[in-house]
Design a binder for this molecule. Structure first.
Ligand SMILES: Cc1cc2nc3c(=O)[nH]c(=O)nc-3n(C[C@H](O)[C@H](O)[C@H](O)COP(=O)(O)OP(=O)(O)OC[C@H]3O[C@@H](n4cnc5c(N)ncnc54)[C@H](O)[C@@H]3O)c2cc1C
Length: 267
């Protein structure tokens, strides 16, 4: 049997955690699992008013998204127009209406398209105890994390500095064969401090540090990105699943990275 506790604050929700307890975001994964008989969940904690954590606000050169903001919320906000293509790539309209930012950070492989974009955009999380945490660190330790995500702060990229690409099969269409997000700040025409993140190329969204290092000081043209394309294999260890084998993912990753970096495949 599954019991449900409704609380007023995220702090209360976190205090109600424990073995078998899950926090309810939009429920697109959690409730699907429960309805299919997931035995790992015996207790669900939900906020009475999740909309109080669903805001989008500008903070200087960054933007803050509440953990309960949905993909539809993102699509309605002109402040995060750079994330519209990402939010639009998550599921269909019914999923986007419910799917939250916090849930996307916890979505298992091959999901987590928004988390890939946020990882490239230097995302920092505010947790339920008020502390700050890098998204990259949470992704590495999320299975043992007991705090909840309150909000996510990410860079607001300028111009075409941010790019996102998602590769899916024609049938079934939807979940990622792979996704790539790139934040490419430039100084005097040269890349400086790039962040490159891949989805569905490891158990969680990951950064590609060797690719990032190879892009430092490079120009965004075929010659400039060559070394980065050759480095892709160093950073990734994609799993096999019903959508694609790890071998296939690894073969096509440099092709799609090239398209993204040269502006040939952004969506
Ligand atoms: C048909 C279908 C298609 C989909 N397509 C895509 C897709 O294309 N791309 C994609 O990325 N995903 C996809 N998903 C997966 C999912 O819908 C999204 O990843 C979504 O963002 C998950 O958010 P949610 O609010 O529904 O999470 P929930 O189902 O509510 O929760 C998922 C997990 O996250 C945890 N969680 C939720 N909020 C928080 C928080 N604030 N702090 C800590 N933990 C939290 C929950 O406890 C739970 O363990 C799809 C799902 C379905 C069913």
């Amino acid at each position: 049997m599954v019991t449900i506790t409704t609380v007023e604050t995220l702090q209360e929700a976190a205090a109600n955690g424990g073995q078998g307890t899950a926090f309810l975001g939009g429920g697109t994964l959690l409730m699907r699992g429960v309805n299919y008989g997931d035995q790992d969940v015996s207790h669900i904690v939900r906020l009475r008013q999740p909309q109080c954590l669903a805001g989008v606000s500008l903070e200087g050169e960054r933007v803050r998204l509440g953990a309960c903001a949905t993909m539809a919320t993102i699509l309605r906000s002109t402040d995060v127009a750079f994330l519209h293509a990402v939010a639009r790539a998550v599921g269909g309209p019914a999923i986007r209406n419910m799917a939250t930012v916090g849930g996307n950070v916890y979505a298992p492989h091959p999901y987590g398209d928004l988390a890939v974009a946020l990882l490239a955009l230097d995302a920092k999380l505010r947790m339920s105890d008020g502390s700050e945490m890098e998204l990259e660190r949470l992704l590495a330790t999320r299975d043992t994390e007991t705090r909840l995500i309150e909000s996510v702060s990410a860079v607001r990229p300028s111009g075409d500095d941010f790019r996102f690409l998602k590769v899916t099969r024609v049938k079934p269409r939807g979940a990622s064969v792979l996704s790539i997000a790139a934040w490419l700040p430039r100084r005097a025409g040269r890349i400086s401090g790039a962040r490159i993140a891949f989805g569905a190329m490891a158990p969680t969204p990951v950064r590609a540090p060797t690719v990032e290092a190879a892009l430092e000081g490079a120009s965004l043209d075929q010659n400039g990105i060559d070394r980065a394309l050759q480095s892709v294999a160093n950073d990734l260890n994609p799993p096999d699943d019903s959508l694609a084998s790890g071998w296939y993912r690894m073969e096509v990753a440099p092709v799609h990275l090239k398209r993204l970096l040269l502006g040939q495949g952004t969506r």
